[in-house]
Ligand binder design. Structure first.
Ligand SMILES: Cc1cc2nc3c(=O)[nH]c(=O)nc-3n(C[C@H](O)[C@H](O)[C@H](O)COP(=O)(O)OP(=O)(O)OC[C@H]3O[C@@H](n4cnc5c(N)ncnc54)[C@H](O)[C@@H]3O)c2cc1C
Length: 259
């Protein structure tokens, strides 16, 4: 017999309390979770819908960072003037995801919580040195993504927002993806960011989850010269094909930054 429970808390504290009781799952845009639940033979779940929590969709800018609430949809991120001005590469990335139906429902919080290696946000968060803000701590993206579909979140922890550095910490960035036309996700995606401290390059789409690409960062050596990327060693775990594509996308990202 199926047994479903549905809660729609008004605060983060209440959502986390419900999560803490065990067996509950957070529901954000539902674009991944709902089809997954429909396939679950047990047909029993406690859903904690985050849609009524005030402030979780907010996008604000302050002190050289943009804070994006976990429930901000891809459409919101693609069209928000603060994101478009401060991190245009992120707005563009959001605009290129799937189709309007998915973009109008799916959220950045759901995306980073799910940590699909084919997702676009994980590599972007890594390349842009984002910080994942949960109900209890701040986790740098480099420590947050621990593998494919794996994160540093504990079972009862909830993503509340993401913080992205902006100027002067981030000077400019470009994200280029090779779309997987069948799955409508990215086959491989590369974020190249020019930060105060130098170039940051991250690759998504690898079986191992998103990775920084130190060889590419060293090759750029503080100068925008795409030819330095042509013969680079592959990112860890990439097949020959993905490595080839990652190099080609990195070159395109650097070229777009140079123009
Ligand atoms: C047809 C299709 C095409 C897609 N194409 C792309 C693409 O090209 N690029 C791309 O990046 N993504 C793509 N996606 C994925 C999509 O963008 C979302 O990232 C994904 O569906 C999850 O977001 P959601 O808000 O729907 O989360 P949900 O489905 O509601 O939740 C996903 C998981 O995250 C957990 N969760 C949700 N919110 C939180 C939170 N705040 N804290 C902790 N845990 C949480 C849930 O419990 C669940 O386990 C695609 C999805 C579909 C259906």
């Amino acid at each position: 017999m199926s047994s479903w429970r549905y809660h729609r808390p008004a605060t983060v504290a209440e959502a986390v309390r419900l999560l803490d009781t065990g067996g509950a799952v957070l529901l954000a845009g539902g674009q991944t979770l709902v089809p997954a639940l429909a396939r679950t033979p047990a047909r029993s779940a406690t859903l904690v819908d985050l849609g009524a929590i005030a402030g979780l969709r907010d996008i604000t800018a302050s002190d050289a960072e943009i804070r994006i609430g976990a429930m901000a949809t891809h459409t919101r991120i693609a069209t928000d003037p603060v994101v478009r001005q401060g991190i245009p590469s992120l707005a563009r990335l959001a605009f290129d995801i799937a189709d309007p139906q998915v973009r109008n429902r799916a959220t950045i919080g759901g995306s980073v919580a799910y940590a699909d290696p084919a997702g676009d946000y994980p590599a972007a968060c890594l390349g842009l040195s984002a910080t994942v803000i949960t109900d209890r701590r701040r986790i740098p993206a480099a420590e947050y993504f621990t593998g494919a579909f794996c994160t540093a979140l504990t079972d009862s922890e909830m993503v509340v927002a993401l913080s992205f550095p902006t100027f002067p910490q981030l000077l400019r960035a470009a994200y280029v993806r090779l779309p997987n036309r069948t799955a409508r996700s990215a086959l491989v995606g590369v974020m190249v960011a020019e930060a105060e401290s130098g170039f940051q390059v991250a690759v998504g789409g690898l079986a191992s989850g998103p990775l920084r690409w130190p060889e590419a960062e060293a090759a750029l050596d503080n100068r925008l010269h795409p030819e330095a990327l042509q013969d680079l060693a592959c990112p860890l775990g990439a097949s020959d094909y993905l490595a080839h594509m990652a190099r080609a996308l990195a070159v395109r990202a650097v070229q777009s930054l140079a123009t």
